[in-house]
Write a protein that binds this ligand. Structure first.
Ligand code: CA
Length: 493
């Protein structure tokens, strides 16, 4: 009986959503001007064409824009065709980058789901928002970007993964679309199974079709993919239709996915008690397993890419894409066997660098399709979103609006270094705490639980194979960056 009621409710919701979409398409919405080329009626859910139509290149009136934040999980900076990955197919995100701008050196300030998401919401470093793992942060909810937008008249939704304590359902206009579970397949109330990425897509489109026509909207689509299913030996479980992808390719093995590179790590990492090594044995400990697991990881990524495309298609169909700021990014990077490791947490490049693609209707034509190597951070997302909505950032936000980097004819001076921080989890053997100061050329890392420092010459050693902290020639640099770390930590509180 319960299942039947739920089904009727679902049918009603879908029907209402389609009705709303038709009204939206015929009236225009979200304060948006009508887009003449938009199709009228409900958007199709079938796959998008391989060569999607270019987004409207015409400059439009500025804020307030609608906001679409496409937020994937455990997906690093080069898991994109447009970033040079020779295997993974991401045609829709590549197209978004072709019409927008891709930030090639975007990083997270803490490389783990819950902390990075707290930073995304608050625009604050961990030192200030106070969540060191998976809890709700201590910053008042009213100072987050969703709360600020809602207070300024936005219709605000969150779809998918939530990893900061209990989902604050009353703070969103999408109270039922957050997901707390960490599985790729979900059993629905009627007993059928749905892939989490399909559910993310359905919930996102439902939100977009059911939203009121007279308000701007902000939607975060927080995918679970490409995160591993921690308790499942298979780890990555794509949709059956994706299994033909990558069948006949060989995924290149990273240059530092070697035993020698693993042994070159500090001793407290180069052992089986370290969780990064433990997970490596789950996924990458034989060449065959490496191929199988990486291909399934890439299949999950391609599924997310397709869903991103269909959500963008929905906005185009509704005629509001040219009034919407679109951001694609992820919560942390990922070791694909580099240094003999799997997963994230540590301050090495594969773990901290994540994609950032921005499509902004205000963007001048000359900037479209370009890349930018400014040191942008996840802490910048909230201020960027609020600025696009013409909402002043709360005083406690620490990031910076990145839009002037692609809007201004003379882009502003930008940060040249940043603080990375990560708490110890469980024990200093399992996941030790780490801190770092990162510049374009150098990275200084401190492992405070172990009293160990590292220094890498990123300009000449981008794979971080040679720790040069003990080289007397670098003594002054180490001392300077150690002092920078102390100063940045103090400022971040
Ligand atoms: Ca993550």
């Amino acid at each position: 009986m319960f299942a039947i009621v739920k089904n009727v409710s679902l049918v009603l919701r879908v029907a209402l959503g389609m009705l709303a979409a038709m009204l939206v398409a015929s009236c225009a919405s979200g304060g948006a001007k009508p887009a003449g080329r938009a199709a009228v009626g409900a958007a199709p859910l079938n796959p998008a064409p391989l060569n999607p139509a270019p987004l409207n290149p015409e400059p439009l009136n500025p804020a307030p824009l609608n906001i679409l934040l496409l937020y994937a999980d455990d997906w690093r900076f080069d898991t994109l065709g447009c970033a040079g990955n020779p295997v993974v197919q991401t045609p829709r995100l590549d197209a978004l980058a072709r019409d927008g701008v891709r930030f090639t050196h975007n990083s997270v300030t803490t490389s783990i789901c819950g902390v990075s998401r707290a930073t995304m919401l608050t625009g604050q470093w961990m030192s200030r928002h106070g969540n060191r793992a998976f809890d709700m942060f201590r910053t008042p909810w009213s100072e987050t970007f969703p709360a600020q937008l809602r207070a300024h008249g936005y219709w605000v939704g969150h779809v998918g993964k939530w990893h900061n304590g209990k989902f604050p359902a009353t703070e969103y206009d999408s109270p039922a679309s957050a997901l707390a579970n960490g599985t790729h397949w979900i059993t629905q109330p009627d007993g059928t199974r749905i892939h989490v990425t399909q559910k993310n897509e359905r919930d996102a489109i439902d939100f977009l079709r059911a939203r009121p026509a007279d308000k701007p909207f902000c939607l975060t689509v927080a995918f679970f993919a490409t995160h591993a299913e921690d308790g499942n030996k298979q780890q990555y479980l794509p949709q059956p239709e994706s299994m033909s992808l990558y069948r006949d390719v060989t995924v290149p093995v990273p240059a530092t996915a070697t035993d020698a590179a693993f042994r070159a790590l500090p001793p407290f990492l180069a052992n089986a008690r370290n969780e990064g090594r433990n997970r490596w044995t789950w996924r990458f400990d034989t060449p065959e397993r490496y191929q199988e697991y990486m291909k399934n990881y890439y299949r999950l990524a391609t599924e997310v890419d397709a869903t991103c495309g269909r959500v963008l298609d929905e906005l185009r169909t509704q005629g509001v894409l040219d009034r919407t700021l679109v951001i694609f990014t992820t919560d942390n990077g990922y070791f694909h066997g580099e240094h003999g490791l799997a997963d994230k947490w540590y301050p090495y490049e594969e773990s901290i660098r994540v994609p950032l693609i921005v499509w902004d209707p205000r963007m001048p034509a000359a900037r479209r399709g370009t890349t930018d190597d400014a040191l942008t951070l996840n802490v910048d997302l909230a201020p960027t979103i609020l600025a696009a909505a013409s909402v002043a950032a709360p005083a406690g936000m620490q990031g910076r609006d990145i839009a002037p980097l692609y809007l201004a004819s003379d882009p502003p001076a930008w940060r040249r270094e940043f603080l990375y921080e990560h708490a110890m989890l469980t024990s200093r053997d399992f996941i030790p705490a780490s801190e770092a100061v990162v510049t374009r050329e150098w990275k200084y890392i401190s492992w405070p639980d172990w009293g160990v420092e590292q220094l890498f010459d990123l300009a000449h050693d981008p794979r971080e194979e040679h720790d040069v902290a003990a080289d007397p020639a670098n003594a002054q640099r180490v001392a300077d960056m150690r002092a920078d770390l102390a100063r940045f930590k103090s400022q971040a509180k």
